[in-house]
Write a protein that binds this ligand. Structure first.
Ligand code: TYC
Length: 114
């Protein structure tokens, strides 16, 4: 500002005042996208092996970890399977619900903002 003013123009700024319209923030403020927990719910009918298969197939879990999460859901009623962006979480829920329905199991999968 100051050094682009015509020579005759008065400038009454204090030493630390950057002046009107001067950009003082150099880094852009970026907002992290919200994350969503994908939850698996227990029921009395879906076979344990089916739940383990679902966790391996749609969440890329190894057999041991898939079995562990299945057991947590079985014992506690619910567990977080993973945390994803809204679009990915929505896709996982749809895949699990669709796959379970097609196999005639009542397995429920939902998502919730973290
Ligand atoms: N409770 C089921 C059974 O005893 C197993 C099960 C585990 C079902 C996890 C759903 O999300 C679930 N066969």
């Amino acid at each position: 500002m100051q050094d682009r003013m015509p020579f005759a123009m008065a400038d009454h700024r204090e030493p630390d005042d950057p002046g009107v319209g001067t950009i003082t923030r150099t880094r852009a403020r970026t907002m992290r996208p919200p994350l969503y927990k994908v939850l698996l719910l227990n029921d009395d009918f879906t076979p344990m092996e089916f739940v383990v298969h679902v966790l391996e197939r749609f969440f890329g879990l190894g057999h041991a970890q898939a079995f562990e999460i299945m057991l947590t859901v079985h014992q506690k009623g619910i567990a977080v399977v993973g945390v994803f962006s809204h679009e990915i979480a929505e896709t996982k829920v749809m895949q699990v619900m669709d796959f379970s329905r097609r196999h005639e199991h009542p397995l429920q999968c939902t998502m919730e903002k973290e």
